[in-house]
Design a protein around this ligand. Structure first.
Ligand code: 0L1
Ligand code: MG
Length: 262
């Protein structure tokens, strides 16, 4: 690691304050160009610790930048991982207040809920499917704290991978007999389809994103516990939203979930 504990704490406070006050900032690698991956995840861990210390619960995990569409949109080449706090959860059909956000975008995702622990290294799609209780539609709202979504990967990891809100719903479905690669999705904004795709857009198979997360955590001596909700990553590019927008995600065989921005 290149950063000392005091610097990590200062950067976590800066990024979390930006989230809580809906203010943007410049990317932290402008000030600390030599920071490494361990520093980036240490800052994210400190953001998480701050939330838990204030009484928030961690209700899920996420993989981000898992599709070529997203990687191309952001000019990067590696998935990243983050967490979801309890107050990120929006009820199905519920409201997301624009006054609490900077420049939100939505991503159509397949959400997994596990029924058994997943532990890397060596976690693979088969292990993920065996440990999956059900899958369901999930819309992630991302809101990079960096001005104009301009960042590099280490800055975005420190910023908890732009996580800010999410909604899950529809008809939860077991994975037995389902080919998640060919499951189709339609993202609608105000009743109009704005993005389409299929599960294979996420690393060839959405379960591959969950395996990568388990292997990432395994390298840190951590695991994905049973009963964890995980967003596997945007199937298409992220779509910008503004106040008044209604967003619905339909996933083949899993119904739909929606939220609106007010
Ligand atoms: O969940 C995601 O794919 C977002 C990862 C962070 C990059 C971004 O803000 O687009
Ligand atoms: Mg996402």
């Amino acid at each position: 690691m290149k950063l000392d504990l005091a610097t990590i704490a200062t950067l976590a406070e800066r990024l979390e304050n930006c989230e809580l006050q809906a203010q943007d900032t410049t990317k932290i690698t402008d000030d600390y160009p030599d920071m490494d991956w361990d520093d980036a995840y240490a800052i994210q861990d400190e953001v998480r610790r701050r939330k838990v210390a204030r009484g928030a619960r961690i209700v899920g995990l996420k993989a981000g930048l898992t599709s070529h569409a997203k990687m191309k949109q952001m000019g990067v080449s590696t998935p990243v991982f983050g967490f979801m706090a309890d107050y990120y959860a929006v009820p199905d059909g519920g409201e997301c207040r624009m006054s609490e956000l900077i420049h939100p975008k939505v991503e159509p995702e397949i959400a997994f809920v596990t029924k058994a622990e997943l532990r890397g290294p060596g976690c693979h799609i088969g292990a993920v499917l065996a440990a999956t209780d059900f899958v369901m539609p999930g819309i992630e709202v991302i809101d990079s704290r960096y001005r104009d979504f301009k960042f590099d990967l280490k800055s975005v990891v420190a910023d908890n991978t732009s996580a800010v809100r999410f909604v899950v719903g529809g008809q939860p479905m077991g994975v037995s007999g389902v080919d998640l690669r060919t499951v189709g999705i339609v993202l609608e904004k105000n009743g109009l389809p704005v993005a389409f795709g299929a599960g294979a857009a996420v690393l060839g198979h959405p379960a591959a994103a969950i395996a990568m997360l388990a292997n990432h955590l395994g390298a840190r001596g951590e695991c994905i516990p049973a009963g964890t909700l995980i967003l596997s990553g945007g199937i298409t590019e992220a779509v910008s939203v503004q106040a008044g927008d209604n967003v619905t995600l339909r996933v083949q065989g899993m119904g739909s979930t929606s939220l609106r921005f007010v």
